[in-house]
Design a protein around this ligand. Structure first.
Ligand code: NDP
Ligand code: GDR
Length: 343
């Protein structure tokens, strides 16, 4: 039985990857950081099948311990401060976790189990300012946020550990991928949750930032398969994972609202608070290397993805106990919390 260690197992990708690896017959270990109020929403349904180890990306000794306990054949480093917007008000925390945290993981991997295979969650945010379209593995990086800068550092550290120490370390340069388990503040889920709530009479408007930004949006369930495929190859390499289609935030609004028979123009309000100090205008990925070498292709299309998320949010918002903000750890019903989060 193969053994895998996943950091970020409570997040969107971690939960889909854990399910995928269990299905493949792996023994799955997950690193979780302690929080005063635990949030296991994404992994509750597999809680009895996975083994949880306490650890934090900023604490090297906890990562060494996690790798000693799990003794993994494969390590998937998915943990990060992953929200781009938060990286401006919290640049140091973002650097500590999303950049230096990866060096902690690489060190733990090198010192404890160098024969394992390592996956790093790189990001299309590294491309940032448009230098080439579509973006592929050879496209230069020009990050536009502290998050993007941190991911570039982590990406090059992963490449460097592969080249310096002959480790099997891969970076997946994944473009945006979404699902009903997406965090509530990311734009797709923010929209699909609001559509459900407006349809059900629970909300009257939706405050948004830049509607012209273009993203290459795929389904997270498809993307975790690509992570696994990268670690099954004869040699370690880096791969772009994307759908090859791009859509604007405005199109996202059109698809989501029209699915429940509404017009987004009647509900969406422009709010400066959600505009970013520096924007990534256009992301469009060329995943032909992944197609040729991994045999990977996305299966779920843009409209199907958004409709799946609206359906899920309609169901969740009809459950008596469902509070989408609490679910994700933000109690927006508390005005103090809402104010501090939106700064
Ligand atoms: P999520 O935000 O859903 O999950 C992030 C995970 O990291 C959570 O489990 C979180 O734990 C954990 N985490 C955060 N800080 C720490 C820490 N200090 N120590 C240990 N664990 C920590 O992200 P996604 O699942 O969407 O993304 C997974 C990875 O892929 C991230 O690295 C992200 O940056 C990257 N990525 C994501 C893309 C996407 O479109 N989804 C695209 C490209 C890259 P907790 O539950 O406690 O917060
Ligand atoms: P992104 O995702 O920054 O691409 O990072 P997000 O969904 O937050 O934003 C996408 C685009 O939508 C625009 N936008 C808004 N975004 C949010 N969150 N809220 C709004 O109200 C809003 N209005 C407009 C943004 O300006 C942006 O252009 C995600 C994360 O998962 C990263 O971890 C990952 O690395 C990248 O995708 C690839």
């Amino acid at each position: 039985m193969k053994r895998a260690l996943i950091t970020g197992i409570t997040g969107q990708d971690g939960s889909y990857l854990a399910e995928f690896l269990l299905h493949k017959g792996y023994r799955v270990f997950g690193v979780r950081r302690r929080t005063s109020t635990p949030n296991y929403t994404n992994i509750e349904h597999i809680a009895d099948k996975i083994e949880i180890i306490d650890g934090d990306l900023s604490d090297l000794s906890s990562l060494i311990r996690a790798i000693q306990i799990a003794d993994p054949d494969e390590i998937y480093n998915l943990a990060a401060q992953s929200y781009v917007e938060t990286s401006w008000p919290q640049p140091l925390l973002t650097s500590e976790l999303t950049a230096v945290g990866v060096t902690n993981m690489l060190e733990a991997f090198r010192l404890v189990k160098p024969s394992a295979r390592f996956y790093q969650a790189s990001s299309s945010e590294m491309f940032g300012k448009v230098l080439e379209t579509p973006q592929k593995e050879s496209t230069p990086f020009y990050p536009r946020s502290p998050y993007g800068v941190a991911k570039v550092y982590a990406h090059w550290m992963t490449v460097n550990y592969r080249e310096s120490f002959n480790l099997f370390a891969c970076s997946g340069i994944l473009f945006n991928h979404e699902s009903p388990r997406r965090g509530i503040e990311f734009v797709t889920r923010k929209v699909t949750n609001a559509v459900a709530r407006i349809k059900l009479g629970l909300q009257s408007e939706l405050r948004m930032g830049n509607l012209e930004a273009l993203r290459d949006w795929g389904f997270a369930g498809d993307y975790v398969q690509a992570m696994w495929l990268m670690l099954q190859q004869d040699t370690a390499s880096d791969y772009v994972i994307a759908t090859g289609e791009t859509h604007s935030v405005r199109e996202l609004l059109e698809v989501a609202f029209s699915y429940v028979g509404l017009d987004y123009k009647d509900y969406v309000v422009n709010d400066e608070k959600y505009h970013r100090p520096a924007e990534v205008d256009l992301l469009l990925g060329d995943a032909s290397k992944a197609k040729q070498q991994l045999g990977w292709e996305c299966k779920v299309g843009f409209v199907q993805l958004i409709q799946m998320m609206v359906d899920s949010d309609l169901k969740l918002n009809q459950m008596d106990s469902f509070n989408p903000y609490k679910l994700q750890g933000y109690d927006f019903s508390n005005p103090l919390v809402a104010a501090s989060w939106s700064e």
